[in-house]
Design a protein around this ligand. Structure first.
Ligand code: ADP
Ligand code: MG
Length: 377
């Protein structure tokens, strides 16, 4: 899957499947150095590239290229500004958008999406920005009224659960005649401000994280999905209405659970997680290679739910989180192969030194980014 070639937005647009932008974020090295003095096995090479040890051949290094690479020094603010902020205005114009955090457990998905009080992540920043954009539009007195609402749900074992209504049952996913995806019965809480959002979101997200330690690290096995919906209604006739949806998703861990020896119920959970993540990888692959084949949205709950907000006319970003320690090596390797636009084998051993990635400014995707490793169109 690594030999993926970018399809330009124009070409993809004419096929009505828009590319998913792929960013990779490397978190800082955290494991105390062991006796073997292994150090990190991944390092950044610039605003779009990184390299990783080649486990098959220590005299070689593998280099990967993405739309954006966020190095270990990157801040929450940089990740938001580069990878998320640019897609937000679309949801005020009746278009959909989605942001996912992908990667193995421990690599920084929740840090990226949720963050902490001191280092707020994508969710806080995106919701604030949506309210800022709405306020700005309101001042314009353009004849439209805006309302913002939120839903918060979880997909666990292929069941859709409402996190704003604890104890609710598996909810159905439907499609209306205009191909919009809906979940009848899902709580949609109206929001008048960011503070309002915080009031509803914090207890629900705490519920989920506290429960997780009791339930076999449930948070690493389920997909947490926050939906921000902006409805724009015309004040006068013909009273048109437009709805824009923004999905902010903290995905289940991408680690291969077969290797960790899970059995019984855990194994069943792994299977279900793998189904949703595996299907997501097939969907992203189908969208990004623009092969024109069927996009298998219906094969899992996650992709079915996101069908109207991933590909098509939607704006999507996948932030692949990776960790530099050796114990994550194989999970990092498979996450990179999923995320990469191109991969190249370089004939020299991995160099154990840090490169400070230059501060990311605007990163443009161009046609000539392909490295030797990429296949042709
Ligand atoms: P995941 O959700 O993918 O399992 P977490 O977000 O919980 O991973 O991250 C694992 C640990 O690493 C947490 O203690 C988190 O605070 C820390 N961490 C992750 N990313 C970063 C980062 N970019 N900078 C500093 N600490 C980080
Ligand atoms: Mg997490």
């Amino acid at each position: 899957m690594a030999q993926r070639v970018a399809v330009s937005d124009g070409a993809a647009g004419s096929r009505r499947t828009s590319r998913v932008r792929v960013a990779v974020r490397l978190r800082p090295y955290m494991e105390p150095q062991d006796e073997k003095q292994e150090g990190p096995c991944v390092r950044g090479l610039g605003p779009q590239k990184l390299e990783i040890v080649n486990w098959r051949n220590a005299t070689e290094t593998l280099q990967y290229q993405f739309d954006v690479f966020h190095g270990e020094q990157s801040t929450q603010q940089e990740v938001f500004l580069t990878s998320v902020k640019p897609i937000l205005p679309h949801i005020l114009h009746g278009q959909n958008a989605s942001v996912f955090a992908y990667g193995p457990t421990g690599a920084g998905k929740t840090h990226t999406m949720l963050g902490s009080q001191e280092q707020p992540g994508v969710i806080t920043r995106a919701v604030k920005e949506v309210f800022r954009l709405v306020e700005f539009q309101k001042k314009d007195l353009d004849g439209w009224e805006y309302s913002v609402g939120m839903s918060y749900l979880e997909i666990y074992n292929e069941k859709v659960l409402d996190l704003l209504s604890p104890g609710s049952q598996d909810l159905p996913i439907r499609e209306d005649k205009d191909r919009n995806i809906l979940i009848p019965g899902l709580t949609l809480t109206p929001l008048s401000s960011f503070t309002d959002f915080d009031t509803h979101f914090i207890p629900a997200s705490l519920n989920r994280t506290t429960a997780s330690t009791k339930l076999n690290q449930r948070s690493s096995r389920s997909h947490a999905i926050l939906l921000i919906k902006v409805v724009k209604s015309q004040r006068g006739p013909p009273h048109r209405q437009q709805t824009g949806k923004l999905y902010l998703v903290d995905l289940a861990g991408s680690e291969d659970n077969r290797r960790t020896g899970n059995q019984g119920i855990r194994l069943k959970e792994s299977g279900a997680i793998n189904l949703s993540l595996f299907t997501l990888s097939k969907v992203v692959d189908a969208l990004n290679t623009g092969a024109g084949g069927r996009v298998p949205y219906r094969d899992s709950k996650l992709t079915r739910l996101l069908q109207d907000s991933l590909g098509g006319s939607a704006h999507s970003v996948m932030i692949t989180n990776i960790a530099p320690e050796y114990k994550y090596y194989f999970d990092t390797f498979s996450a990179l192969n999923f995320a990469a636009k191109s991969k190249q084998i370089v004939n020299r051993p991995f160099v154990r030194e840090t490169v400070l990635a230059p501060t990311i400014t605007t990163v443009k995707r161009t046609g000539e980014e392909q490295e030797a490793g990429g296949s042709g169109e």
